[in-house]
Each structure stands twice: as structure tokens, then as C-alpha cells.
Design a protein around this ligand. Structure first.
Ligand SMILES: *Cc1c(COP(=O)(O)O)cnc(C)c1O
Length: 230
């Protein structure tokens, strides 16, 4: 299947999920995850009108970003080591994996030095799996309270990853949990502006995530395959 066809097929499924759940298509954004593919496919996605590009390793992402001269809007979606912040700051407008105070401090310092503001999602480990990064739901409020005083970080929402399931329906409680946590945090008025965004849903579970309120889905395999250059 061509890249164009894949994008179109995903688009239909997103639209159907929006219709099922009474949501507006415009409220759901797609981050095309290009970690499995090289420069060529990443460039083709941009040519097809994809705007948001997601990468999870600075050492792969930065050379791509440079070769593409920063075309598109770049999202850092993987675990971010503190000593890699200087490589990604100023290139990635969105960080989906803010999960600890030490990382927030480094992001604040580097963003301030460049005179920019970085948009971030607090990554929450809703499922409680030990293999997953992210703060526990109970820790989220305290961390948000701390980061709220950092002028160069704008926390726009929450991010989570659901367990890999053969039946995507089983991921629903995790996505619902993230939405309910966001609503509780907003009711507590911890952040200056309400948290509007939910980054959740990948190739195997994005429709359930949309039904539960995702505003950003992160799609790799379903768009670009796995490890193949097209
Ligand atoms: C790889 C990755 C994705 C995309 O995964 P697919 O299942 O290939 O769609 C989404 N989010 C994160 C954090 C990832 O690392």
C-alpha cells in the first residue's frame, strides 16, 4: 500500500472514531512517528501534508531534523535523558515525556537560554507497569505545582502509553484514567491555564484513545510500516 493510501486509511478510521464518540475531527491531531524509518519516508510524509513528526531518540532524530531543515513541527516522544536536552531544545516544539523534576529543570534552563517556551505533556504511568516511564497519577499534582512556576515550560496536557494488548478494548481503562486525571487536576486549578491536551493512542489502540478523548495520537507502524523504507 502506498504511503498516501495508508494516510487516507488512517484518516477514515480517525473520522469514524470521532463520529462514534461525538467528537470533532479537528480536535484530534496526528503525530507521525518516524523512528522506524529514514529521511526519505519522513520527507515523503511531510510532502503528503503531515505536519507533526514524532521521534524518540535524539541521536536518530537530530540528523533527520537537520537534513529536513526543521520542516514540520517536531515532537519528542521518548524517554529523555537530562544530558540530551541540549540536543533537542529549540528543535522539538513539543516534549511528550516530561516525567521528573530534574528533566523539567534542565528544560527550563535550556529554553530560557534560547529565549523560547517549550510545550510539554506530563507523562503519567496510568497502567502502573514497571516497564513504563511516567509519574504515578498520585504524584502528578505535586510535580505540576512545581513546574507551574517555570516560565519557559508550558504544560499543555498529559501523556500516557497503554499496555500492548491484542484486544484494544482492554486499553480503554488506561485512556479513560488519563482523561479523568486531567479533569481532576483542572478542577484543582494547579496550572495557570487548564490542561487541554491528551497524548494517547498508538497504532494498535488509537481508536479507543480517540473515543476516550485523545487530542494527539502518536502513529508509527500503521503509517510507515516497521523498519522499511518506502
Ligand atoms: C514508537 C512509539 C509510538 C508509535 O508506535 P506504533 O505502535 O508504531 O504506532 C508512539 N508513542 C511512543 C512513545 C513511541 O515510542
Amino acid at each position: 500500500m502506498s504511503l498516501k493510501d495508508r494516510i487516507q486509511q488512517v484518516e477514515h478510521r480517525i473520522q469514524a472514531a470521532c463520529e462514534r464518540s461525538g467528537r470533532r475531527r479537528d480536535d484530534v491531531n496526528v503525530v507521525a512517528v518516524t523512528k522506524y524509518v529514514g529521511l526519505e519516508t519522513t520527507g515523503m510524509l511531510l510532502d503528503e501534508g503531515i505536519v507533526h513528526i514524532g521521534e524518540n531518540r535524539p541521536q536518530n532524530a537530530v540528523p533527520k531534523w537537520e537534513a529536513l531543515e526543521g520542516r514540520g513541527v517536531w515532537h519528542f516522544i521518548g524517554h529523555l535523558q537530562t544530558n540530551k536536552v541540549r540536543d533537542v531544545i529549540g528543535k522539538f516544539q513539543y516534549i511528550h515525556s516530561l516525567d521528573r523534576l530534574s528533566l523539567a529543570k534542565e528544560l527550563e534552563k535550556r529554553a530560557a537560554a534560547q529565549g523560547i517556551t517549550v510545550s510539554a505533556f506530563l507523562q503519567v504511568n496510568v497502567s502502573g507497569e514497571s516497564s513504563k516511564h511516567g509519574v504515578s497519577p498520585e504524584e502528578a499534582a505535586d510535580l505540576l505545582r512545581e513546574i507551574a512556576s517555570y516560565p519557559h515550560i508550558r504544560i499543555i496536557g498529559l501523556m500516557t502509553m497503554a499496555p500492548i494488548e491484542d484486544n484494544p478494548e482492554l486499553t480503554r481503562p488506561v485512556f479513560r484514567g488519563l482523561r479523568e486525571l486531567r479533569d481532576r487536576l483542572n478542577a484543582q486549578k494547579i496550572t495557570k491555564e487548564p490542561l487541554t491536551e491528551l497524548s494517547m493512542g498508538m497504532s494498535g489502540d488509537f481508536e479507543v484513545a480517540i473515543e476516550e478523548g485523545a487530542t494527539w495520537v502518536r502513529l508509527g507502524t500503521i503509517l510507515v510500516g516497521k523498519g522499511e523504507e518506502m
